[in-house]
Design a protein around this ligand. Sequence first.
Ligand SMILES: Nc1ncnc2c1ncn2[C@@H]1O[C@H](COP(=O)(O)OP(=O)(O)OP(=O)(O)O)[C@@H](O)[C@H]1O
Ligand SMILES: [Mg+2]
Length: 255
Amino acid sequence: MYLSPVRDQGGAIRFFFASQMDVTERVEAQKIISDQKHLVEQEVERRTADLRRALEAKTILLHEVDHRVKNNLTMIGSLLRLQVRTIDDPVVASRLGSMLERVDALATVHRQLYQSHDITLFDLGTFAQSLAIDVVGASGRDDIRLRIDAQPLLVDAANASALGLILNEILTNAIKHGFADGRGGCLTLSVEREDGRGMIRICDDGPGLPAAKRTRSIGTALIARLASQANAEAEWTGNNPGTCVTITFPRSETT
Ligand SMILES: Nc1ncnc2c1ncn2[C@@H]1O[C@H](COP(=O)(O)OP(=O)(O)OP(=O)(O)O)[C@@H](O)[C@H]1O
Ligand SMILES: [Mg+2]
């Protein structure tokens, strides 16, 4: 408040006008501040809407890319399928069949990626479940029971292809070696969370791992290479009877 230093008879009147001016200045200053605050709020709203639109455009673009990748992989799969039918040598046909399964698994990864709400995350738990159903279904074997204990488990979308391919190798091995020679049984898939990591275990009740593994295969080498790429670990253990393969990997969930 402004006090007039002049103390004469008119002092009270001058003091009254001085304090009136003081209040008017303050009211004006408050109006300026409130106008500026309103302007800043409007600008923040406008910028937020711009950023939201840019993010939506980027998401649509990435989904479009995943869609195209998936379509191209499906096309490669169809070409391989045509080629497999022309091959008489059962060994070559089987190798090509394995390649076909890998391409199909990658196509499934990209199909799930383009349908996903958050482009940065991939639900490996749900993927493992649908892949297990697909692999058992594609084997045409009705003597293999599938027991699934799965839950959604989010991982970084950048690791989706590597982890998806690892799961494909483990599942196809279980069908190919665990239930070889027409021997039926039970295939179990369990998805769990452990501290900051996720864990997926696939077990069969077949003959178990041989004392000496084949050396000219690419499945095991592929698992090792992809695991180091995705910061994952793969471990083979006995299932008494059969084989269990457990993979652990970083998960992207905060809960
Ligand atoms: N679930 C399993 N049960 C029994 N043996 C297995 C199992 N998984 C792997 N093996 C053994 O380990 C070997 C190596 O597996 P790997 O996946 O590297 O090769 P592959 O399946 O024979 O061929 P590829 O994967 O290259 O098509 C197999 O040949 C098989 O003998
Ligand atoms: Mg294999």
